[in-house]
Design a protein around this ligand. Structure first.
Ligand SMILES: Nc1ncnc2c1ncn2[C@@H]1O[C@H](COP(=O)(O)OP(=O)(O)OP(=O)(O)O)[C@@H](O)[C@H]1O
Length: 207
């Protein structure tokens, strides 16, 4: 559980988060919606501790390991896809080559594993970003616009992964726009942000 209570965040005189109170629960997937600049990315940053609130409190009920894509992921462009994941895996040292191969297969990148990232399309880079986010099997998955530039088949793969995470009792928060109604069904709640504040929270099965 991640509890956000009465949170405000000011950056250079601008209120980027405005009086947010939300309780994110395990076994649930949340979809963040809202116009550009409404605060979706800031909320994801707040949830994983990349920014601290100016006022209010963020509480976790356990030590979570986070898997994240926030804004445009950066890779070592002159290295291969496999090398990039191996390099990132060397930080925590909890997975080996086998897990990296599995995740590349899952995101349909195995055939391209030995290609340099600079030759990748936007969609391939986005899928590689999903690989790095999920490869260590995190407790909480935070994805900022993961469907950008991804084709329908791979959108389905990412939606399946979100569903699996929920079934495994994990917590998933995704910022995305333009998902069709059928795809939104994988989420439990849709949170709409406007000017850094919550405009509405809708239960998906009630939509
Ligand atoms: N370093 C900063 N200093 C001041 N304001 C900032 C800073 N970074 C972001 N902002 C502002 O915070 C607000 C929220 O930005 P955020 O990136 O969270 O929006 P978003 O909903 O994710 O939009 P997008 O879909 O464009 O990514 C925006 O108005 C943005 O201009």
């Amino acid at each position: 559980m991640i509890d956000i209570r009465d949170v405000h965040k000011d950056l250079k005189d601008k209120k980027v988060l405005n009086d947010l109170t939300i309780n994110f629960k395990e076994q649930n997937a949340y979809l963040l919606k809202g116009h550009n600049g409404s605060g979706k990315t800031m909320l994801l940053r707040l949830v994983c501790g990349l920014i601290n609130p100016s006022k209010g409190k963020v509480t976790y009920n356990k030590n979570y390991r986070f898997g994240i894509i926030i804004e445009t992921p950066q890779f070592l462009n002159n290295e291969t896809a496999f090398y990039n994941l191996k390099f990132l895996a060397s930080i925590n040292k909890i997975i080996g080559d086998e897990e990296i191969v599995q995740v590349l297969k899952r995101l349909n990148l195995y055939e391209s594993k030995d290609k340099k990232v600079k030759s990748f399309s936007l969609g391939m880079k986005q899928r590689l970003a999903v690989c790095q986010a999920i490869m260590e099997n995190p407790d909480v998955l935070l994805l900022d616009e993961p469907f950008n530039a991804i084709d329908d088949d791979n959108i389905k793969v990412v939606l399946e992964i979100i569903d699996e995470y929920k079934q495994e009792g994990k917590l998933v928060i995704v910022a995305a726009h333009g998902l069709n109604d059928a795809d939104v069904q994988v989420f439990d709640k849709v949170i709409t942000l406007q000017n850094g504040a919550i405009q509405g929270i809708t239960k998906v099965n009630a939509m």
